[in-house]
Design a protein. Structure first.
Length: 282
């Protein structure tokens, strides 16, 4: 029987929990009795995730899942939790792709990459990961308001500050390249500027690993170089965003994609910062 690499990944996925999920009886007194121990299938507002995270409002939703604001009742902090839906979690290719994103982001420890606190799954087997809650604006939102001559944004984000934001994003990408990872979806909406000037490069879902067999860098994670491509959905058919991809990536020549693809994308972002126009409209 052929070896199922996805089984290995699932075992590694389960073993990479940072903190064991607690039971209702282990909650602090202030939280005891405030929820039922019914296993959660998918996060809903005011429900509990693994007896530790009080689920709050929806922050964003995509093809594979969603990100919700949650309260970590053990650490006493607000976090963001990204989960798959029950439907997508049943699709092996999508599940492997989600788990792969979790592990890549968790291993890229850099001030401008959102840290992952925990990787786990619900009682129903739906994978999720917990990360730092980031407050701020995307570079795309900032540029859009600059196009509208928004006075407050013009005051808060002069060109000099935007260039500093760009430089910080470049540092994060350079770090990822040093770890053998190509982002492949760099664009203004995937760069967040925090309320106190922090800069984050987000969404590593279509990243490419240059050498997945590098044990020093990936310590036996055992992931594929490419994210799995599902056969029955449109998810993942095109890796990247039109207008920011180099020609080889736009043509689907994945084997030809190198770190230079990210450099190209950064160049299009710099063009947009300086001119407030997209290099490739459409």
């Amino acid at each position: 029987m052929p070896h199922d690499s996805s089984s290995d990944l699932r075992v590694q996925f389960r073993n990479r929990q940072v903190v064991r999920p607690i039971t209702p009886s282990e909650l602090p007194d202030s939280h005891a009795g405030t929820h039922t121990p019914t296993p959660l299938v998918e996060p809903e507002t005011n429900s509990w995730l693994d007896g530790r995270y009080k689920v709050g409002r929806l922050l964003g939703k995509g093809a594979m899942g969603e990100v919700r604001l949650c309260h970590d009742c053990v650490a006493g902090r607000t976090v963001a939790v990204k989960t798959m839906t029950l439907r997508t979690a049943k699709k092996p290719e999508l599940r492997r792709r989600f788990e792969r994103e979790c592990l890549i982001q968790a291993q890229l420890e850099h001030p401008s990459i959102v840290p992952v606190h925990e990787i786990s799954q619900t009682a129903a087997g739906v994978p999720y990961f917990v990360m730092k809650r980031v407050h701020g604006k995307t570079l795309a939102d900032i540029i859009a308001k600059l196009r509208q001559a928004d006075l407050a944004i013009e005051r808060d984000f002069p060109r000099s500050k935007l260039l500093s934001v760009f430089a910080a994003a470049c540092q994060a990408v350079a770090f990822a390249h040093s770890r053998g990872v190509i982002h492949r979806d760099l664009k203004p909406s995937n760069i967040i500027v925090g309320d106190f000037g922090e800069v984050y490069v987000i969404d590593w879902g279509v990243a490419k690993i240059l050498d997945p067999e590098d044990e020093i860098r990936w310590s036996g994670v055992g992931m594929e170089s490419e994210p799995p491509r599902p056969d029955d959905t449109g998810v993942g058919v095109q890796l990247g965003s039109p207008g920011y991809m180099p020609p080889e990536q736009a043509l689907g020549r994945s084997a030809e994609v190198t770190p230079a693809a990210d450099v190209y994308a950064l160049g299009t972002i710099l063009f947009e910062i300086l001119t407030l126009d997209r290099m490739h409209p459409g």
